[in-house]
Design a binder for this molecule. Structure first.
Ligand code: CP3
Length: 344
């Protein structure tokens, strides 16, 4: 049933008449239904720790827009939280870590990752899978080791992550140890999501843009390669398609395609994509700039058609945004966009 869904077919690079559609951050603050549930929780992570609520939130955009894929409702920062770094989300500030990584000894003294600390996530996966129509695939996800390390070292969000950059330059070897720990944790975490019912996995390298090309290979892509290698070599996860999202990496996209990811999720500024080089390797997902959804319908249409014209003949193309839906977007525009793509 799942294997014949358009989304899975696209991930296997099969050409389709109409691209499957889903949106990064399809569940979130732009939806009044989400805000109504969110208002019952002070801390965002407390909400993520409630599998029934996660299930309800994941289903909201599916029920409203009849999308072709569902994504687990959770966050990438569950893993640093499980390592004891004390993640909190503060209104207007984003994530804040109570115990960030400040020294080599903070890395040495990290507790062993205990996968069962994230049982609430696996339970959310199985709850969502049990109510989702059987033909709609469920995407499980994690942050890339590098992106998780950047938040953990910086202690939260930042414009330029200057503390993190200085830390890795001065503690290169120990940073590698930390990235290894995160890589192993990501693998066990994703494997448990698959055991619980996830049909596809996406890795978010949201801070790929912070690193020079050389450092990108060393601190990020090396570990992503290892993570996808583990997924592809484990009998439980080997058949699960993997999508890789990297925000403006400084290397050529074909280097990401060589990670053995099945699909690349393109950031909105990735315009000069060498489709010929990518064609035999990966399917493509993306990449309308979400900011266009704040513009008039004419502009939304023009910009969407530009993307559809470009990827129309690419085998296994999946329509998505080039980053997440922002809270200021009108849900009616998501409906408009979805209809637009389906009637193209
Ligand atoms: O439909 C979905 O995609 C929901 C599941 C989801 C969330 N976060 C929920 C969320 C997913 C897949 C994520 C991934 C995530 N989280 C990423 C990678 C994607 C990207 O945007 O690059 C990153 C970097 C994070 C870390 C994170 N989570 C930040 C920096 C913030 C605060 C900034 C913000 O947007 O407010 C979050 C909070 C968060 N994660 C919210 C949601 C719905 C909003 C929290 C709230 O309601 O207060």
């Amino acid at each position: 049933m799942i294997d014949s869904s358009p989304f899975i077919k696209a991930l296997k690079k099969e050409p389709l008449e109409i691209p499957p559609i889903w949106y990064m951050r399809q569940a979130g603050r732009y939806m009044p239904e989400y805000r109504a549930v969110r208002s019952k929780f002070k801390n965002f992570l407390d909400m993520c720790k409630n599998p029934d609520v996660c299930c309800e939130l994941a289903m909201q955009p599916i029920d409203k827009f009849r999308l072709d894929a569902s994504i687990l409702f959770s966050d990438i920062l569950t893993i640093p939280d499980a390592f004891g770094l004390g993640v909190e989300f503060i209104e207007g500030k984003g994530p804040v870590f109570k115990n960030p990584i400040r020294s080599q000894s903070d890395i040495e003294s990290l507790p062993e990752f205990n996968p069962s600390d994230l049982d609430y996530v696996y339970k959310a996966v199985s709850n969502i899978r049990s109510v989702l129509p059987s033909h709609i695939p469920l995407i499980g996800f994690c942050g890339s080791p590098w992106t998780l390390a950047a938040y953990s070292i910086e202690g939260g969000s930042s414009k330029d992550f200057s503390f993190t950059k200085k830390f890795i330059a001065e503690n290169s070897q120990m940073s590698d140890v930390f990235l290894e720990k995160l890589t192993n944790a990501c693998f066990i975490y994703l494997k448990n999501q698959v055991i619980s019912g996830a049909n596809v996995l996406q890795i978010f390298d949201s801070w790929a843009n912070l690193l020079s090309e050389k450092d990108y290979y060393e601190y990020s892509l090396k570990h992503i390669n290892k993570l996808i290698g583990m997924i592809k070599n484990d009998p439980i996860t080997s058949a699960i398609p993997v999508i890789l999202f990297a925000r403006e990496p400084k290397c050529e996209l074909v280097k990401l395609a060589d990670s053995s990811a099945d699909c690349l999720s393109l950031f909105w500024s990735s315009n000069n994509v060498d489709l010929v080089k990518l064609k035999s390797k990966v399917s493509i997902q993306g990449n309308l700039n979400p900011a266009f959804l704040l513009e008039s319908r004419d502009i939304i249409k023009k910009e969407t058609y530009k993307i559809l014209d470009k990827y129309n003949n690419y085998p296994g193309y999946i329509f998505n945004l080039g980053h997440g839906i922002t809270p200021n977007i009108d849900p009616e525009n998501i409906k408009y966009l979805t209809d637009l793509v389906r009637s193209y």
